[in-house]
Design a protein around this ligand. Structure first.
Ligand code: KG4
Ligand code: ZN
Length: 346
């Protein structure tokens, strides 16, 4: 196999759930091209992701998307220096599609394949932006499958500070949206509706804020929303008020836990990533809290908060630059603890 070449472009492939993402990243130029195909409309009729349908759609969409992204980048496959893919966590079948295509391309081109941890991709996504933060920092990872506070001592050196005890933040948004009869995917729909409601209309509890610790719990909040909604006249204004009050409870909880996490490790740098990081109310509340409490928050641009190929190409390029890559086997890890990652040292 050819030696890793840091100046060569890395193709990134994301297929862990219901988005097919492809991108090309080259150090030191940065992101050269990226494309995304969302399966959301296909899953909407079932009210959630159907794993088998997701895998089959990745099979249909991935290779054409790779070729289109390479054309955008104005590069041939032979000019690639590596192929990165999401190796986990995620849906096993969906992951295997990306891993299979990425490894086959890498073997054919005689270049390295790099298996990337999806959550590492997310938490390093703010580094794709101008004026990026340097570790150490605290990362709030809030997606459809995870809610975690992580102390990032260095790239690849992660300490879990807190996590959800039940639903992930994005999952709570999605389930609450479903209760309110909003279309799938629920998170963005609920956030849009909340903009028209009163955040103080319902006094939902701020879960676990009454005790120390950095873990989250969102399932009780969902039950409170259900009761408030069922006891109401189910009018449009009540729907917006419930959405706004739910969002306010989640946002206030996340902001307070971030503040505590920063204090616990003595940091003033916060990175927010994952789909819920696209939430406008959360972004505004963290900016405001930071201004008062003396910390700064970095976010990826909203399109790189949700799943995308750019974060995978970027994380893969960082690991390839220090010579880390897979051997000649196709491996995925549907469950993969973030703390088991190896630090980024040559
Ligand atoms: O990171 P992501 O794309 O996929 C996972 O790795 O899970 O996150 C998707 C999650 C979904 O639960 C979605 O409803 C939520 O992020 N989400 C939002 C917003 N945009 C996406 N939640 C609240 N407000 C948003 N604007
Ligand atoms: Zn994700």
């Amino acid at each position: 196999m050819a030696a890793a070449c840091v100046s060569k472009a890395v193709l990134g492939v994301e297929t862990s759930c219901d988005e097919t993402g492809v991108a090309v990243y080259r150090h030191p130029d940065g992101l050269i091209a990226h494309r995304l195909y969302s399966q959301a409309t296909m899953h909407a009729e079932f009210g959630g992701v159907v794993p088998e349908l997701a895998s089959r759609d990745h099979v249909r969409k991935l290779l054409p998307l790779v070729m289109a992204t390479m054309a955008d980048a104005d590069l041939t496959l032979q000019q690639l220096g590596g192929v990165a893919y999401t190796a986990g966590p995620g849906l096993a079948g969906a992951l295997l599609v990306g891993a299979g295509v990425a490894c086959a391309l890498a073997w054919a081109l005689r270049i390295p394949a790099i298996g990337v941890h999806h959550m590492e991709g997310h938490l390093l996504a703010p580094l794709l932006e101008t004026d990026p933060p340097a570790p150490p920092f605290v990362a709030l990872l809030v997606s459809g499958g995870h809610s975690m506070l992580v102390h990032v001592r260095a790239v690849g050196d992660y300490e879990l500070l807190g996590e959800t005890l039940d639903d992930a933040a994005g999952e709570a948004f999605d389930k609450t949206a479903m209760l309110l009869g909003l279309p799938y995917p629920g998170g963005p729909a609920l956030a849009a509706l909340a903009e028209h409601g009163r955040p103080d209309a319902y006094a939902f509890t701020r879960p676990l804020l009454d005790r120390p610790g950095l873990d989250f719990s969102f399932s009780g909040l969902k039950t409170q929303v259900m009761l408030a909604w069922r006891r109401s006249d189910c009018s449009e204004s009540v729907r917006a008020d419930v959405a706004a009050s739910f969002q306010a409870a989640v946002v206030e909880t996340l902001v307070e836990k971030c503040r505590r996490a920063l204090a616990s490790v003595g940091s003033r740098r916060l990175v927010v990533a994952g789909g819920v990081g696209a939430n406008r109310a959360l972004r505004a509340a963290l900016a405001e809290a930071g201004a008062h409490r003396g910390f700064r928050t970095w976010f990826p641009r909203p399109e790189f908060c949700t799943d995308n190929g750019a974060m995978i190409a970027h994380a893969g390029a960082l690991r390839l630059a220090v010579g880390q890559h897979e051997d000649q086997s196709i491996r995925v890890h549907p469950r993969w603890p973030l703390e088991s990652m190896v630090p980024l040292v040559a």
